[in-house]
Write a protein that binds this ligand. Structure first.
Ligand code: ADP
Ligand code: MG
Length: 862
């Protein structure tokens, strides 16, 4: 391994057989074949066969199989075989679920890939960083994630956050000088940049020395690849599931002992209790949850919200504040200059006003043709206006006539920028920026007053106002900084730019407010501009407050906490103040989403409960810090994601409700039968069958349930709210009891009337009640007739299919033998279906009662 930090830039290029202009196309193909893709290879996935075998590692399953084999040897061989087959089928379903969960997560991982700007054969290309090879020349700018290991060839104010690699949180200043000692820590190799670290400042060029697993990050990648973090809910459910397992085992032991003491056959009782334990322990829940979350995340991605971590999918529904940037997120980012005022006459030799000169020269856009101007949208608007005034050719000539020799780049803290141009033997200093930023630098009080009045007037109309200033100086000041350069300048003029709000945002804001979510605008713009636009889109309403960065800086923490919930617009704030806003909202108990795009936004994105980066205009650094990325930079997409988050959480509740109620019904039935003097209602195979067909298909289909009509009309769910809140726990117990009640009722009645197929009746009633229940739990607050029977096809098909299977078990002679069932008469089948309908209607009635309660509570509150 070459120590590139001890080589000069030229030596490095030679060693890598490349040049400043980059590799040739042919060479790139060669190297891609040689080195492969520039990506970190994930830990080898579990092979499918192992995943399948692991389905049997469950302790209870093993016991069940052993018990089945023993009972087979001493008694009924068919029973034993059926039990083994059912266990096998269970494993198949478990395997499919887990496999799908894994695939869904893989698909998610593939989506967030960064791009890099590189030079090949002299041309600059923007490529997926996966395509890089050693020898590629990479152009770096502030906000980039470093795509591979690099030896730096150029570095201007280059600062890199290497915490991902070294743990050091202070960004490191980078240089291009050659270092002497080979054997120094990574963090001290100041002329190298490492894959996965983040460029926070400056600009540079580097040549790729290593890609993929050969990079420093790749070498420790094995260490980093811990298991996917579980979501909070999954963690809680795992703990809960463990406790539940003990309870269920305890109940099963009681059932076994009680049956044995009553004189039942011990082996038979053992098999019953173990089957019951296997059926009642909800082992499918974690996999189902992963599927629901991962699929939900995939759906969100299709709606342009890319969620980087699964826990965010689950918690999105709790968001109660969305703090959003204005430009580009709430507005269209299609800026257009609508007002200009030039305040000084043409500048001597140029024949042009200083205003026009500044518009044409003070920017970082790339103007390739009259209608092909790329860059920051504010600057694009200004340059387009300048081109229109000058003509494209004259515009281009200006850049050659007055070449740029120095600059103080735009920065959202200072809110202005300065460029310096060769002006004969002198220098022309051009400034543009926010009114307040330029105001103190102006050399005339009259101009200051004029600028202030004008900006206020235009800002009130919702325009973004930028002021221009200039001066001609004989030589560049030393040191060159804004304190020495941005002083005593002449007022050149002002422009007013409009950026119309996005149409869909107005609707989204109404939706937010109905859903108990407070939208807040945070912008670097002038307070009047911000207020005008916030008013137009409905963020700022009567009684709401606007705060500026200056006022915010003066507010004490307590005073701010008093106001934070009423403030819907923050103007002229700097990125570090966004962090303060997030923290204040959080300390008021709000689950806060916050958008951001720049390097400076990373801390507030990390601190927010849901940090949201912009996919189009966002830097890699902000994306890296974010929980979610908006592929279309659109506020309305956040609201869609929240809605999706709520739906997913609802659905998780639905299948938990469904599966656990089934299990509770099975437990109650077996537990209560002897207490009321009835014989054992079911055989082990019946219990396992119900567990197999009911838990499996309808449960999965519930995960795909559509959002209920009121989903965005409820308040956000409290972040610490239990999954069993709002009566879910009671539901599991009482509906389970109800199902057991009708089942045992049927048992008692048919035994009394001397029916020989009482057990088939019991089996069928219990099985069909589950199906009735599946249809009813589709809606938590809406009735099935409102949702429509056909609005969840997979579920309807699952219910229908399961019904057919049950009929088969009851009517196919071969299956009669296996399941010890007898064909039911039409009347008997009718009774079974009728009782399942009773369960269905009871659950619908529960919703109705809750609805009335909720209405009462709501009116009581008024
Ligand atoms: P926003 O929160 O709307 O994205 P910015 O931080 O981009 O706000 O801009 C804040 C202010 O800085 C603007 O109102 C404008 O006055 C000024 N500004 C924006 N872009 C530039 C630029 N390229 N050059 C100079 N000043 C700018
Ligand atoms: Mg901006």
């Amino acid at each position: 391994m070459t120590s590139f930090h001890t080589q000069t830039a030229t030596q490095t290029l030679e060693l890598l057989h490349t040049e400043l202009n980059g590799l040739s196309a042919a060479e790139v193909v060669n190297r891609q074949n040689l080195y492969g893709a520039n990506e970190l290879v994930q830990k080898k996935p579990k092979p499918a066969w192992l995943m399948f075998l692991l389905q049997f590692k469950d302790f209870m399953i093993i016991i069940l199989m052993v018990a089945a084999i023993i009972s087979g040897m001493v008694g009924e061989m068919t029973d034993a075989i059926i039990i083994l087959i059912i266990v096998l089928l269970n494993a198949v379903i478990g395997f499919i679920q887990e496999y799908r969960a894994e695939k869904a997560i893989d698909a998610l991982k593939k989506m967030s890939i960064t791009t890099a700007k590189i030079k090949r054969g002299g041309a600059v290309l923007s490529l997926s960083s996966v395509e890089l090879v050693p020898g590629d020349v990479v152009l770096l700018e502030a906000g980039n994630a470093i795509p591979a290991d690099l030896r730096l060839l150029e570095a201007y104010n280059l600062r890199i956050d290497e915490s991902a690699l070294t743990g050091e949180s202070v960004p490191v200043d980078k240089i291009t000088d050659t270092l002497k000692t080979a054997d120094i820590p990574l963090g001290d190799r100041f002329n190298l940049a490492y894959k996965g670290t983040l460029l926070t400042n400056g600009r540079g060029v580097g040549v790729v020395t290593a890609t993929g697993m050969q990079t420093e990050l790749g070498r420790i990648a094995q260490l980093l690849q811990g298991d996917e973090a579980d979501t909070p809910l999954k963690k809680r459910m795992t703990v809960f599931g463990k406790n539940l397992t003990y309870i269920i085992l305890f109940i099963c032991v009681i059932i076994f002992v009680a049956g044995w003491l009553r004189g039942e056959d011990a082996l038979k009782m053992l098999l019953i209790s173990i089957s019951l334990a296997v059926a009642a322990i909800p082992e499918a829940l974690p996999a189902l949850m992963t599927i629901a979350l991962a699929r939900g995340a995939n759906r969100m991605a299709k709606k342009n919200a890319l969620v980087r971590k699964l826990p965010s999918v689950e918690t999105l529904g709790s968001v109660s504040y969305i703090c959003s940037d204005k430009t580009g997120t709430l507005t269209q980012n299609k800026m257009k200059v609508v007002n200009t005022l030039s305040s000084s006459p043409a500048l001597e030799s140029t024949g042009l006003s200083p205003m026009l000169l500044t518009m044409a020269l003070n920017h970082d856009v790339q103007a390739k043709a009259e209608n092909d101007v790329q860059g920051d949208s504010t600057e694009v608007a200004i340059v387009e206006a300048a081109i229109q005034e000058l003509g494209f050719e004259a515009f281009q000539n200006l850049e050659q006539r007055y070449p740029r020799v120095a600059e103080l780049p735009f920065d959202s803290d200072r809110k202005c920028m300065t460029t310096v141009h060769q002006f004969g033997t002198q220098f022309l200093v051009l400034n543009k920026g926010a009114t307040e930023s330029l105001l103190p630098a102006l050399n005339s009080a009259a101009d200051q007053k004029k600028l202030e009045e004008l900006s206020e007037e235009w800002a009130k109309q919702g325009q973004r106002v930028l002021a221009f200033a200039y001066k001609v100086i004989p030589e560049l000041p030393q040191p060159f900084s804004y304190e020495t350069v941005e002083t005593e300048v002449h007022f050149a003029g002002v422009v007013g730019i409009i950026d119309p709000p996005r149409e869909e945002v107005k609707v989204a804001i109404v939706e937010c407010k109905a859903a108990g979510i407070n939208p807040v605008m945070i912008t670097g713009d002038h307070p009047s501009t911000a207020a005008a636009i916030a008013g137009e889109i409905g963020i700022l309403q009567a009684g709401d407050q606007t705060l500026t960065g200056v006022t915010l800086a003066q507010l004490s923490e307590e005073a701010f906490l008093d106001q934070v919930e009423n403030t819907t617009v923050y103007a002229r704030v700097s990125p570090d103040q966004k962090l303060r806003i997030v923290k204040a909202l959080q300390s008021k108990g709000h689950y806060t989403a916050m958008t951001g795009d720049g390097v400076n936004d990373a801390p507030s994105l990390k601190a927010a409960n849901i940090g949201i980066a912009m996919g189009i205009n966002g830097t890699d650094v902000s994306k890296e810090a974010a929980h979610m990325i908006l592929l279309d930079d659109n506020f309305a997409t956040i609201v869609k994601a929240v809605k999706e988050g709520r739906r997913i959480y609802d659905n998780i509740r639905k299948f938990i409700k469904y599966i656990m109620t089934c299990n509770s019904a099975e437990l109650w039935t077996i537990f209560l039968a002897p207490l009321i003097g009835l014989p054992m209602p079911l055989l082990p195979i019946h219990i396992l069958w119900i567990n197999l067909v009911t838990d499996g298909l309808p449960g999965l289909a519930l995960a795909g349930e559509k959002a209920e009509a009121d989903i965005m009309k409820r308040k956000p769910r409290g972040i610490n709210e239990s999954i069993f809140a709002d009566g879910l726990g009671y539901h599991i117990i009482w509906v389970g009891l109800l199902m057991a009640g009708v089942t045992l009722g049927v048992q008692a009645w048919s035994i009394k009337t001397g029916s020989t197929h009482w057990q088939t009746m019991v089996f069928t009633v219990l099985s069909l009640s589950q199906l009735g229940h599946a249809l009813a739990v589709r809606g938590e607050r809406s009735f099935l007739y409102q949702q429509g029977l056909f609005s969840n096809w997979p579920l309807l098909s699952a219910v229908f299919f399961t019904f057919l299977l049950q009929l088969a078990v009851v009517y196919v002679p071969f299956l009669n033998k296996i399941f010890r069932t007898q064909p039911l008469s039409w009347q008997e089948l009718g009774i079974c279906v009728g009782l399942a309908a009773v369960v269905f209607h009871a659950v619908e009635l529960e919703k109705w009662v809750k609805l009335v309660w909720r209405k009462k509570a709501a009116t009581a509150q008024l």
